[in-house]
Design a protein around this ligand. Sequence first.
Ligand SMILES: *[C@@H]1O[C@H](CO)[C@@H](O)[C@H](O)[C@H]1NC(C)=O
Ligand SMILES: *[C@@H]1O[C@H](CO)[C@@H](O)[C@H](O)[C@H]1NC(C)=O
Length: 382
Amino acid sequence: MRRVLLLVPFFSSVFAASCGEVVEIEYDDVVGGADVTAQVAEAFGPGGYGILAVTGVPASLTAARRELLGLARNLARLPEATLAKYERPDLNYIVGWSRGREKFLGTLDDAKGSFYANAIFDSKSGRKLAAKYPASTATPAWPDADLNANFSGAFKHLSRALYDLSYHVLRRCDYVVDDQLNVKKRWWWWWRRRRIPLAAITHKRSRLHVSRLLHYYPSATGSWCGWHNDNSVVTALVPAMFYDDDDDGRELRGDEVPPDAGLEVFANGEPVKVKLERDDVVFFQIGEAAQVLSGGALVATPHRVVAGTASTHRNISRESFAIFVEPNWDEKLKPPPGRSLPDVYAAAHADALIPPLPTRLPKVPVEFAQFLADSVREYYEA
Ligand SMILES: *[C@@H]1O[C@H](CO)[C@@H](O)[C@H](O)[C@H]1NC(C)=O
Ligand SMILES: *[C@@H]1O[C@H](CO)[C@@H](O)[C@H](O)[C@H]1NC(C)=O
């Protein structure tokens, strides 16, 4: 098994993050059908860090990342009046540009600016879907002209590449779930214990996936984003890029990035810093929909983004991009046969850091859209 040391020790004001190893899998193995189930189980099962690195991704993907993250910075620095053209208050700002519109733990969050879109399927994919889920299928106004760049092309290209890769990872996640649930291959067992595979829920039954391009403005508080779980089945994200705004927006090399800045996951009772000295990588994190649908065999990854002590004394900004691979909004969330809701609750990491799952998911089955709404209420209006 190939693993690299990609977590480094450091001290934050709240917790001292530890060092450890994150499981790494070669891109060619994942898409080529190699048996990597054991590695996926190690990354996502109980005791894992809840994060998986797919390394050696194609150069076209690395190039798309650089292009789009560079544009994120340009977008976020457009005049406010220009950015207002890309806001959709009628859709609660979940399409197009959004800054300072969402609450996090009761306060308006202006630490970051986001551009949201369903870049895999849009309203052209079907009128019925568009009528039922206007916000999830609305095509945003793309800022290509204001940026004088092919922003929409880069955004869609990277979304598609990450979404396609997620299928291969989710197939392995399904093997891990079957192993944990002890599903027998005999057909009558299969029939009795059947569950809809995560790969089918996200890639055959759902068209509602959300891509989010993020610019984190230089932070005065040391925090870019507090602890949370994603609601998705799985989230695919590319390594972030950092810029020094005091130095003409120069991109920081890996070793220039303040060591305490960036993504942390919470695993085995402590925060763990995620850092990788290469950029041909796509990270995967488990979301809560997968935790429910797998009966706790897969565990959502609590994570946060730290601006770091060094960046509060320097004007450093951060760009990142993720796609939330989700169930369709009317998909019923419930644990598979043989597992109960208490199994789902018991699997959770870090209930003290995030709004506990029982308050957001008191019963099953519940439609994914309802779960999203209940989670948003607990997180943002608490
Ligand atoms: C924009 O990028 C997309 C995806 O890479 C590409 O297919 C398209 O041709 C580009 N459009 C222009 C006008 O360059
Ligand atoms: C960051 O940049 C802003 C505007 O350019 C400036 O007002 C501020 O003093 C800078 N902050 C630090 C800590 O250098």
